[in-house]
Design a protein around this ligand. Structure first.
Ligand SMILES: Nc1ncnc2c1ncn2[C@@H]1O[C@H](COP(=O)(O)OP(=O)(O)OP(=O)(O)O)[C@@H](O)[C@H]1O
Ligand SMILES: [Mg+2]
Length: 362
């Protein structure tokens, strides 16, 4: 296994900059998730690592070898595609063994290696079947088996679980993480599912419009989103973002949706940049860092219960604040009765403030 490094890599297609000055190192044995909305450049980044695209500028290394302009076969990386790309006319033995066959591995050794990998992936008794004769989850395993069978330097996964139903997807996720840990695989894993990225990855790279918005461990990205894009992308439901403006004379933030004043209190000491009276800011607070009550307070905004959604172990409450809906997560199976008019008290130690450019200032 080897480390993967991208240095200031840019790739354009005509007028579209698919990957924009991306620098990133995936350490040996690390799984890094590339996360972002459709079209943000995730697949292009993988294809650049695999050698299926050549960058306009920048450099790519696998281990300490520069591979920027090498063809795919000289890079020794294995790719698992979203649609599995299994050959329909071949049985699983031939599909999984294909990378070994093209490398000239003798037939008997090929059979043994395929059987061993297939057994570990629990598809050992399906080797004489064709892809059309097995389930989606089994196809996904066959596709992973084909990638791992030739012990490549690194693995590239492009949304490998997106074709599976919710239950299989969770199973496959646990299985992939277990495999990655036991084999110490270096991997780049593309997904647009933030829960999958959180659950699987050692680190997450959040992308938007070809650019890296933030890199960090899953918890770091969840707890400390550096800009409103990441704040709104991570978490289900995501962080509440409330536009507001600064009233220095009163020492308050005024929430735009309902003009409620919020005591700057704790936040004031944490503001790291010079702000002006009237500045337009965005307050960010996760649904679990708000409590609902009947009483006002310095860190409370008034709202009106819109709907409550029991989710089993927790309840999601949507509260109308002016014309905006705010999500509140309460870790209780049964919600105590609440008045229609409530006060939302923010945990100011876990509240963020983003500047006019969307970058975090608290
Ligand atoms: N071969 C190509 N020719 C022209 N434009 C391309 C090509 N490949 C990708 N693009 C464009 O580059 C941008 C990034 O595409 P990419 O496939 O990397 O996105 P993605 O993040 O993988 O999206 P998705 O989640 O939908 O798979 C998009 O605007 C896409 O239309
Ligand atoms: Mg893609």
């Amino acid at each position: 296994m080897a480390q993967i490094t991208l240095e200031n890599v840019t790739k354009t297609f005509g007028a579209v900059t698919a990957v924009d000055r991306v620098s990133l190192t995936i350490a040996e044995g690390e799984l890094v998730a590339l996360l972002g909305p459709s079209g943000c450049g995730k697949t292009t980044t993988l294809r650049l690592i695999a050698g299926l695209e050549i960058p306009d500028s920048g450099r790519i290394f696998i281990g300490d070898r520069e591979v920027t302009r090498l063809p795919p076969r000289e890079r020794d990386v294995a790719m698992v595609f979203q649609d599995y790309a299994l050959y329909p006319h071949m049985n699983l033995m031939d599909n999984i063994g294909y990378p070994l066959k093209v490398r000239g591995v003798p037939r008997e050794e090929l059979r043994q290696r395929v059987q061993e990998v297939a057994r570990r992936l629990q598809i050992g008794d399906l080797l004489d079947r064709r892809p059309s004769q097995i389930s989606g989850g089994q196809q996904q395993r066959a596709s992973v088996a084909r990638a791992v069978v030739h012990e490549a330097q690194a693995f590239l996964f492009d949304e490998p679980l997106s074709n599976l139903d919710a239950k299989l997807r969770l199973e496959a996720r646990a299985f992939l993480k277990h495999l990655q840990h036991t084999e110490g695989v270096t991997a780049a894993y593309v997904t647009h599912d933030q829960a999958e990225a959180m659950a699987l990855a050692d680190r997450i790279v959040v992308m938007n419009h070809g650019k890296i918005m933030q890199i960090g461990t899953p918890l770091d990205v969840y707890r400390n989103p550096q800009n409103t894009f990441v704040a709104a992308f991570i978490g289900n439901p995501p962080m509440n973002l409330l536009p507001c403006h600064l009233d220095m004379a009163q020492g308050v933030l005024v929430v735009a949706a309902n003009q409620a004043p919020l005591d700057l209190g704790l936040l004031r000491e944490r503001i790291r940049v010079a702000l002006k009276d009237g500045d337009s800011l965005t307050l960010g607070v996760r649904p679990e860092n708000i409590t609902l009550g009947a009483e006002p307070g310095p860190a409370a905004i008034p709202g009106k219960i819109y709907v409550t959604q029991p989710l089993g172990g927790e309840t999601l409450v949507n509260v109308e604040v002016g014309d905006q809906l705010v999500s509140v997560r309460i870790f209780t199976e049964e919600l105590p009765p609440l008045p229609e008019q409530v006060w939302l008290t923010l945990d100011l130690a876990r509240t963020f403030l983003y500047g006019p450019d969307g970058e975090r200032i608290v």
